[in-house]
Design a protein around this ligand. Structure first.
Ligand SMILES: [Fe+2]
Length: 186
């Protein structure tokens, strides 16, 4: 079951991984770069997997959007992805994904200069996503389980937009994903 579930994830990349969503890199290249930054930073396997799959919701969305390269609404891709991945992985993978947009809003509110460093597409989507958190929202975010992991993921997300930067392939992560996939009965 788990093996088939991982196959289906990779099939979604095969269908839509070439889409760019307004960024300079494709979804697949972005995912691979984020996972690589996570691994280089010493992240554990769950956070590497979360980094690889954090925009999985965009791939699901792409099955429904006419023009996935030019999204004009925020479809809450982080929740779409987390919901779908929750059937396969535990919270250490799923929660940083669910919170990676909140982590952007948090960093915009708490880290001077962070907003200025966002890519144009990321700054555009920030508006659709509700803008920077206020002080109360930032405090509530910090108290959430996996908030720190979501902030780490967010930094890999922001870094992983280098044209021609990836050196790994999706299939390189197959064993790691299988190790993390929940067994039958979960
Ligand atoms: Fe991303």
């Amino acid at each position: 079951m788990s093996s088939r579930a991982i196959d289906q994830l990779f099939e979604a990349f095969a269908r839509h991984g070439d889409s760019h969503y307004g960024e300079r890199v494709s979804q697949t290249a972005h995912a691979l770069q984020c996972a690589e930054f996570a691994a280089r930073d010493g992240a554990d396997e769950a956070l590497v997997a979360a980094s690889l799959l954090h925009d999985y919701g965009h791939l699901i969305e792409a099955d429904r959007l006419l023009d996935p390269d030019n999204p004009t609404t925020d479809e809450m891709h982080e929740m779409l992805g987390a919901d779908a991945l929750g059937a396969i992985f535990g919270p250490a993978v799923v929660q940083p994904i669910a919170l990676h947009v909140a982590a952007k809003r948090y960093l915009c509110a708490t880290e001077p200069g962070y907003l200025d460093g966002l890519s144009a597409a990321s700054a555009h989507s920030l508006v659709l996503q509700g803008g920077p958190f206020d002080a109360d929202q930032a405090r509530r975010f910090e108290a959430m389980p996996f908030a720190a992991e979501a902030v780490r993921l967010r930094r890999y997300d922001d870094q992983g937009k280098i044209e021609g930067g990836e050196t790994t392939r999706l299939s390189d992560y197959r064993d790691l994903l299988l190790r993390l996939a929940l067994g039958e009965g979960h």
